[in-house]
Design a protein around this ligand. Sequence first.
Ligand code: FAD
Length: 346
Amino acid sequence: MQTMRAPAASGAATRVAGRRVFRPMAATKLAAGVTTDMSKRTIPAKLEEGEMPLNTYSNKAPFKAKVKSVEKITGPKATGETCHIIIETEGKIPFWEGQSYGVIPPGTKINSKGKEVPHGTRLYSIASSRYGDVFDGNTASLCVRRAVYVDPETGKEDPAKKGLCSNFLCDAAPGTEIMMTGPTGKVLLLPADQNAPLIMVATGTGIAPFRSFWRRCFLENVPGYKFTGLFWLFMGVANSDAKLYDEELQAIAKAYPSQFRLDYALSREQKNRKGGKMYIQDKVEEYADEVFDLLNNGGHMYFCGLKGMMPGIQEMLERVAKEKGLNYEEWVENLKHKNQWHVEVY
Ligand code: FAD
């Protein structure tokens, strides 16, 4: 008789009526909208038609949407808290992958002239494709990090100075009304060439627009769009608990091993070649030859995340370019000229 042995870490053996029975542990619960189902979904292709939408809604005439769900997607040891937020749009504020929405937090403030005015708009990269997390075009998702203020003297969080809009979004109950503007942005769009290699460098919530890309490239059956290139994501976060959408990424990596690459830089867990903290530029540098080759052959390079990521990356690229006998400024200018260089940092 064959005996079935359960993997030690994924369940527990127990006795039922004297027999040893394996009881599998519940699988890790995925946040709403996050999927490991790699089948290509049918989508309402009418959203492929027409020009790219831009600033359909403004501060003076915003779109009223409703929050469908808010889920924390970072683990307990992450530095900070990030939420995946699904918004019911009923398909009335269409957008293209790589664009952002504006959100106007509720309430008012007193401006510099002493006048009571609505709060200003905050931008958020859209983290789903134009078809939304359930592929019907009726929702859009955001990936929002709660902005907190840590008092430099006490080292403690001061709730009175917490970020207004990010906390409003991360605390929103389903059904909460939100005022939205946009869509905006044309810097991080996918190239028309469906075979062009895509190299994406993200830190933290900078992953949001790239999620919209990977869902379009790998999860949707889009008439007239079949991605055949290489999809390479470099993702920088502090530690494993701060990874975002990792389940979805691992499932794609497994399903498309020759077309999809994922490299993490976990600054507080990994060491770079010199023994220091592994920052995103250190991880990209490990593959600098391949990255330069891909870019010299029509690849597109995207950067998204906090502004602070760029100086380190630029320094590294400049050094590598020099080693290769290239003039860095000319090399980047040429990529920009050919629309292969896309930067959106905040
Ligand atoms: P605010 O209320 O605007 O406060 C800003 C900061 O000031 C906070 O850190 C707050 O703690 C601090 N602060 C408040 N009061 C004080 C005080 N009295 N003294 C000192 N400090 C104080 N963010 C995301 O999370 N996800 C995204 O996908 C994303 N995409 C973006 C895309 C673009 C193109 C841009 C430009 C920005 C993007 N952002 C994104 C950032 C986002 O727009 C907001 O800037 C961010 O959420 C903070 O807004 P807030 O209203 O929460 O904070």
